[in-house]
Ligand binder design. Structure first.
Ligand SMILES: [Zn+2]
Length: 221
């Protein structure tokens, strides 16, 4: 056993002089990716994996590159994202975009939580291109998050952006940190909501939204 341990720590040492080859990404520059890869290598080693075996040898660099994509929300340029997609309109009826699939990572365990977000607002002279709303959700999902904060961030961002009479966001998600660990409630899902302006003040506005997204439960009652 002792021999094996020594052998595998040698493997780690041997890989050290040969740095990973990375390019600068949107979130992590080459150096930061090297740090992430080194840390993942250390985790693999700590849990007793043989970091030189075929399936795992590239895992540290693969994870480092993947984080660049999964956490790209930190550096999303919201001005670019919204480019030419704000419109002045007379329309003042409720706009609802529902069942937006998203994938995020919980900041407590760095495990995924994923599900669907529904967004509604009551325009007051301004609307946003429909295709942009899922991208806004992505911008906040692709970070280390807690679901409650993500829900609020989407709502507040829209509120500041187009100053509507109200914004509603409902997010329903499965958290793998809950599903995979301890209490085995595999199918329990968490629902969070943010109701601003007219959606907070007016139950019938809120109910109209909840009806549109297909749930009868009023989150404020
Ligand atoms: Zn968690």
């Amino acid at each position: 056993m002792i021999e094996q341990k020594q052998a595998s720590s040698q493997v780690i040492l041997n890989t050290e002089p040969e740095p990973f080859q990375f390019e600068d990404g949107p979130v992590l520059n080459a150096e930061s990716k090297g740090v992430v890869a080194g840390a993942i290598g250390a985790i693999l080693h700590a849990v007793g994996e043989d970091s030189s075996r075929d399936g795992i040898i590239d895992t540290p660099s693969r994870v480092a590159r993947m984080y660049d994509e999964l956490l790209s929300g930190y550096t999303t340029d919201s001005a670019k994202l919204l480019n030419n997609a704000l419109f002045d309109v007379e329309y003042d009826e409720m706009v609802v975009v529902k069942d937006i699939d998203f994938y995020s990572m919980c900041e407590h365990h760095m495990l995924p939580f994923y599900g669907r977000a529904s967004v509604g607002y009551l325009p007051e002279g301004k609307v946003i291109g429909l295709s942009k709303i899922p991208r806004l959700v992505d911008m906040f999902a692709r970070r280390l998050q807690v679901q409650e904060r993500m829900t609020q961030q989407v709502a507040r961002f829209l509120e500041e952006l187009i100053a509507p009479r109200g914004v509603a966001v409902v997010v329903e998600a499965t958290h793998l940190c809950a599903a995979m660990r301890g209490v085995k409630k595999h199918h329990s899902r968490m629902v969070t909501s943010a109701m601003l302006g007219a959606f907070r003040e007016n139950p019938s506005t809120r109910n109209e939204f909840m009806m549109h997204i297909g749930t009868g439960a009023d989150p404020l009652m």
